[in-house]
Structures are given as structure tokens and as C-alpha cells.
Design a binder for this molecule. Sequence first.
Ligand code: UDP
Length: 187
Amino acid sequence: MLPKFSRVLLKLSGESLMGDRHYGIDPKMLEQYANEIKQVTNVGVQVAVVIGGGNIYRGMNEHETGIERAQGDYMGMLATVINGMALQAALDKAGVSTRLQSAIKMEQVAEPYIRRRAMRHLEKGRVVIFGAGTGNPYFTTDTAGSLRAIEIKADVILKGTRVDGIYSADPEKTLLQPVTKHCHSTR
Ligand code: UDP
């Protein structure tokens, strides 16, 4: 049977990497995601991943941290790169070819985000992990997920997270209605 989608954008929240932990990365979760991604690529589906950073740092809480919002947001974006590197390592271990692209330049560990280059990688069957969100403070990696999905012409956004939709703020802190529920097609 032919796969339903040829190119997918998977949004993984940082918290989805925590497993039962309260902070950081559970290697078992990384292994699980890497194996699931491998299965999808094995049937010919192109996979791009936008990864969050909430398991390490959320920049939005100026009152709690005393760190101004934009500075904290950049710290949050760096956290997403740490997660991206961890996922890349797990995918490497599973024998999946990957590229990590960052919206904030850090040449020693990631390619800069270049849309056309990302699309070439996908066409060659490489999993492309997008780190550092949109590269701009005052946004979230959900926004980055939607943006990158549209840019790379993904057929669908799939969301692996602890909450049930795409929100405009942290739903684990405030009672909010999702902007969109579950998967939504970018077409
Ligand atoms: N962030 C940002 N701009 C972006 C993406 C992320 O400033 O384009 C910062 C923001 O502080 C956010 C943190 O990075 O709290 C981690 O991202 P997010 O909360 O979306 O991660 P997730 O909830 O998916 O783990």
C-alpha cells in the first residue's frame, strides 16, 4: 500500500522527550522516536522534524526567572538545538541519515536553515531536524512547525506532545482553547 503522505512535518515538543522524568531527556524516548521515524522513512515518506525545548528551558516567564523575555526566548531556542542534537544522535544510531538545521547560526553543530537545501535533503531521504524554532523571540516551536511545514510544502503536520492541539500559549499553565486540533493539512 502506498503511504498516505509523501512529506510530513513532525512537531515534537521538548516535553515529549522527557518520558516520566520532570526535566531533560529520557534516552528511551529518543530511541522510541528514532525507531518510529525510521519505520516511516523506510516506506518512502520524507520526514522533517521541528523540535521544542520545554524540557530544558522556556524563556517566557520573566517574572519567575528575572531574565528579560527576549533573552529567555533565545535561551529556549538554544534548548531546542540541544534536543535536536540528541534526536540526531539517536537517529544516527538507528541508521537513519540526518541533517540538523538551525535558525540561529551555530556552524560547528548544525547547518544554517536554508529552505531549498532542506528540501534537497528530504528528496535524498534524509531526515531534516529543524532547531532554534523560528529564530525569533516571542514565538514558539508550534509556530516554527507551521512555518517550516508550509515552507517545505509538507502534506501534513503531525504533533507529538503532551497536549492535544496547537496553542497560542502554554496550555499546561493557562486554560486555553487550541488554535487547531491534532493534525492539520497545510494544503
Ligand atoms: N522559542 C522562541 N522562538 C521560537 C521558538 C521557541 O523564542 O521560534 C523559545 C520560547 O522561549 C519557548 C522555548 O524556545 O518557550 C522552547 O520552545 P517551546 O516552548 O515551543 O517548546 P515545546 O513546548 O515544544 O517543548
